[in-house]
Design a protein around this ligand. Structure first.
Ligand code: ZN
Length: 376
């Protein structure tokens, strides 16, 4: 997730807050200060209610963070790289790189979060019992934290992928069928069924009195539905490209390159127009790749400067460009290209340019394979 405030790192995992979470912080604080606290403990002053609301909202934030951190640390212990945890409007997302290798790993990573929430809920509950009578404010706070953590665990255990419960379900289906692809299929279908229950249930609530909660639940349903859809597509790609490397998709002939010192005018005349290329790796005098230049890069320079401006001035330099190794997985390459919104990527092997991979050629491979598959 891009637009987020970075808080720091825990064991190499970057912790961030998406801006939408600040809205949630304000909403949670307000609803606690105006609803839960004064209703549960009428003796509280308004100021105490607002302060408690804010403290409770921040501790809820810490609770969600601990939930996500539990997923991430278990994943890390299995050798899966975790890049970041971002808290956003619907809770938290851990960006865990790569899929779990076995059904057992999948189940353990998925269950770690809800287990942490249950432990937190029970701990706050025990504190509530142990410290009852100290002050009504403390009791109100502990009641809230015990309830929300248990609710968080219960919500996440709903067996709709990509919720944690859905991931546990996928792990179990994986154990049962022995196939990751089939397990994902079953889990995402169930996930979408759960999402539709949220959407229609939420809309029903919205039209029968509970407008705001209804809309909120429908909104969560919509989010779950698109997440399940994305997971299904992701799994289809993973399956289609299993064992397919970037080198398998490269054409034999060496790729066209342009020297960094070439003028943009010559680049347009000799390469873009005559050879009909859309992106070309740029090389220096030694033949090393120093960047890539695309039509979009050229268009950023005003036309009247094309005679004097060089390719080096307009290109995307090597340290900012996406580059692939021949051994990279083709599906992951396609995904990386989608994320960076580039259509052509240089393939570099031990510092040497060995080819240029285009999104079109990956998609064509997928197309041919599907066609062959459907006839086999
Ligand atoms: Zn979770």
């Amino acid at each position: 997730m891009e637009s987020s405030l970075k808080l720091g790192k825990i064991r190499g995992i970057e912790i961030g807050i998406h801006y939408s979470w600040l809205l949630v912080l304000a909403l949670v604080t307000a609803s606690l200060a105006l609803g839960f606290f004064p209703q549960t403990f009428p003796a509280l002053s308004p100021l105490a209610s607002w302060l408690l609301g804010l403290v409770a909202a921040l501790l809820l934030f810490v609770s969600v963070l601990i939930h996500e951190l539990s997923h991430s640390l278990v994943a890390q212990s299995m050798g899966i790289r975790v890049r970041s945890i971002v808290l956003f409007i619907f809770g938290g997302v851990s960006s865990i790189e790569g899929e779990p290798r076995t059904a057992r790993d999948e189940i353990l990573v998925a269950i770690a979060g809800p287990l942490a929430s249950i432990v937190l809920g029970v701990t706050f509950g025990a504190l509530l019992l142990g410290l009852s009578g100290v002050s009504p404010e403390l009791s109100a706070l502990l009641t809230y934290l015990a309830l929300t953590n248990l609710l968080l665990a219960a919500f996440n255990l709903i067996p709709g992928f990509p919720l944690d419960g859905g991931r546990v379900f996928r792990g179990l289906a994986w154990l049962a069928t022995g196939s990751y692809a089939r397990a994902t299929n079953i889990a995402t279908i169930l996930g979408q069924a759960v999402a539709y229950i949220f959407i229609f249930g939420g809309l029903f609530m919205a039209f029968t009195g509970a407008f705001l909660s209804g809309i909120w639940i429908a909104f969560i349903g919509w989010f779950l539905n698109s997440a399940a859809d994305a997971a299904r597509r992701q799994s289809r790609l993973t399956t289609a490209f299993r064992g397919v490397r970037v080198r398998d998709l490269l054409k034999e002939e060496p790729p066209v390159t342009v020297p960094a010192s070439l003028s943009l005018r010559d680049m347009v005349d000799e390469f873009v127009l005559q050879r009909n290329v859309r992106a070309v790796p740029v090389v220096d005098g030694q033949g090393d790749v120093v960047g890539i230049i695309s039509i979009a890069d050229i268009k950023k320079v005003p036309r009247e400067r094309w005679d004097t401006a060089t390719v080096a001035e307009a290109m995307t330099p090597a340290d900012q460009m996406l580059a692939l190794s021949p051994d990279d997985n083709a599906g992951e390459a396609l995904q990386a290209m989608g994320q960076r919104d580039v259509a052509q990527v240089p393939v570099i092997d031990h510092g040497h340019l060995v080819g240029l991979l285009s999104r079109a050629s990956i998609l064509q491979f997928l197309h041919v394979r599907e066609e062959l598959g459907s006839r086999a």
